[in-house]
Each structure stands twice: as C-alpha cells, then as structure tokens.
Design a protein around this ligand. Structure first.
Ligand SMILES: O=C(O)CCC(=O)C(=O)O
Length: 306
C-alpha cells in the first residue's frame, strides 16, 4: 500500500489494486471487500406480501450496513411446479422486478434478487435478477440445471415439467468484485462453479431452497466443496422454514470462506445474516495452495477423450 499512501480516498487502507488517482481523470477505487446480507425471509402464498416483505428486508439490511443484499430462491411464490405459471412474470417489466429495482435504488445497495418464476413467450424459467445501487439491471440468471430428482418415499420433484433451463452462466461486477450466480440445484455442478472462478469470481451466490431430505445431507457440504475447490466465498440464501408448507425448506442460509470454513449460518427461522467478505482471503488461499496453476489439464484432456 506504500505507493498509494498519499491516496486521498476515503476507503484508506481498504483500497487495493488502484491506479493512483493522480494518474486518472476519475479515480477508480477497488475496495478489498464488502458487507453482504443474506435475507432468509418467510415466503407465503400472497405474492404482493412476499414482495413487500423482501423490500422491507432490503431496507433493513442497508441499515445494518450491507452493500449487497441477496434474497432466497422463489421468494415471491410458494415453491412448487403448480405455482410457477400462476406467479410468473416477465423480466424486467414484471411487478417483482420493478419493486426490486426501486428498492435497490432507494436503499443504495446491490440486490441479488433470489429467484422468481419468469415468463418469456411460451416458456417459464427460474430466474435471478441482479440490480445495482441505481436500480439498473446488472445481470439475469436462468437456473441452468433443473431440479428433477426422485428419492422414493422422501422427495420427488420435477421442475422440467413446467420450466425450461437457462443456457448461460452469469457473473457481474460490483464494487470491483466479480460475483457469480447459480440457483439451488446449480450448486451441485462443480463445472459451473469452476468456470465462474476462471472468469474471475471471488464470490458465488446461490439463492436456494433445499428440502428436509437433501438439506441436512448436502446443503453445507456442497457449499464447502464449491468454496474449497474454487477457493472463493460461497453464499447460500434460503427461505425460512415453514413446516406447514407443501415444500418444506431446509433454510440454514450459510456463508463459507475461501478456506472452505463456515463463517456464519442461520437456523431455520426468518433472519438476516450480515457478514464481510474480502478479496484478500481469496488471493491468500490461492497463492498458498496454488491448485489453480497445478491442474494437469494436459492429462485430463487426453484421458477424457479416450
Ligand atoms: O439439490 C437439491 O437437493 C435441492 C435442489 C432444489 O431444491 C432446487 O433446485 O430448487
């Protein structure tokens, strides 16, 4: 930091990797990190009430100092294939998007808008919209891997009955930090996390709603696996558990650091997890355990083609 010690930026010590303001017309300051909020909200059948609860909690998170606020999967609708057509709306003109855009601008935060059922022509998607602090649409991720599983006598779910899968990976930059987005079942696919890491992500955010069968077995394990493999921060954001709901969410919104350690976790109740993430830890783990430059793609490529 020495060479920037006369930097007049208000971020002071937390400035990294800046081109010195003296040499720039407009100083670009990349903070080392940001405060994020994972909003584990209750979701019910009343769409308007779900939206206004989300907006209220975005403002509350801002009061707690959050700069990026993430909502859960399917936060404006009950989670279930029979609900998606009824609750679906167009992106970005639908009522949920308009409310998120306004809330992001009024609160002055980036909003990772969980997910909503999106209608596009004759197709439905499970879609996350991301809004910057001026209310502008920064990114739109359509869940790529649809949740089709069958565990007899425990859980059978087939999103593909009504949804189409997205065909694009999604990353965006906010406050100088590249963030990747996946939705719930996307968390199970290491290739997707790997590509987002290669694209420069330091944080992956997965709005999700695991259930009472796979949640206790895999939710935290998968978050820690993705964080450890890719050496970055992983945030999972679930709705709160409603034992009376048709689909009972595991909840336990979780933040895992680039060492693969859980740094904060909620229980099953409504709540907001607020925590700091930084790029320094990403860089530290990647330089101390340099797996990124040690991958034997020369061998993997040959063997996988045999
Ligand atoms: O992968 C799982 O076990 C749960 C996934 C899920 O609930 C979803 O994709 O919505």
């Amino acid at each position: 930091m020495d060479k920037y010690k006369d930097c007049a930026c208000e971020l002071g010590e937390s400035c990294i990797d800046v081109a010195h303001p003296r040499y720039l017309k407009k100083p670009i300051l990349y903070p080392k990190g940001m405060k994020i909020a994972l909003v584990q909200m209750s979701v019910g059948a009343d769409k308007a009430a779900n939206i206004s609860e989300a907006v209220k909690l975005i403002h509350q998170a801002k009061e707690l100092g959050a700069q990026l606020v993430a909502l859960p999967e399917c936060f404006n609708s009950p989670y279930g294939t029979k609900y998606f057509p009824q609750y679906a709306e167009e992106v970005p003109s639908g009522e949920t998007c308009r409310a998120l855009s306004r809330a992001a601008a009024e609160a002055g935060v980036c909003v990772v808008g969980g997910s909503v059922p999106e209608r596009c022509g004759s197709k439905l998607y499970n879609t996350c919209t991301v809004w910057d602090d001026a209310g502008k649409l920064l990114a739109q991720h359509r869940k790529m891997h649809l949740f089709d599983i069958d565990i007899p006598n425990q859980i059978t779910f087939k999103e593909s009955e009504v949804l189409s899968g997205g065909n694009q990976l999604t990353t965006f930059e906010y406050l100088g930090i590249r963030v990747g987005v996946g939705i719930c079942y996307d968390l199970r696919f290491p290739e997707m996390a790997h590509i987002m890491a290669q694209k420069g992500c330091s944080l992956l955010v997965y709005p999700g709603a695991f259930n009472m069968t796979t949640g206790p077995r895999h939710w935290e394990l998968l978050a820690r696996a993705r964080a450890t493999d890719q050496q970055l921060w992983v945030a999972l954001v679930s709705p709160a558990r409603d034992p009376e709901a048709e689909y009972v969410a595991w909840a336990h919104s979780t933040l895992v650091d680039p060492w693969g350690q859980v740094v904060a976790k909620l229980d099953d109740k409504p709540g907001t997890l607020v925590a700091d993430i930084d790029v320094k830890t990403v860089e530290q783990v990647r330089s101390q355990i340099p797996i990124r430059s040690q991958r034997r793609t020369d061998i993997y490529d040959i063997v996988s083609k045999q």
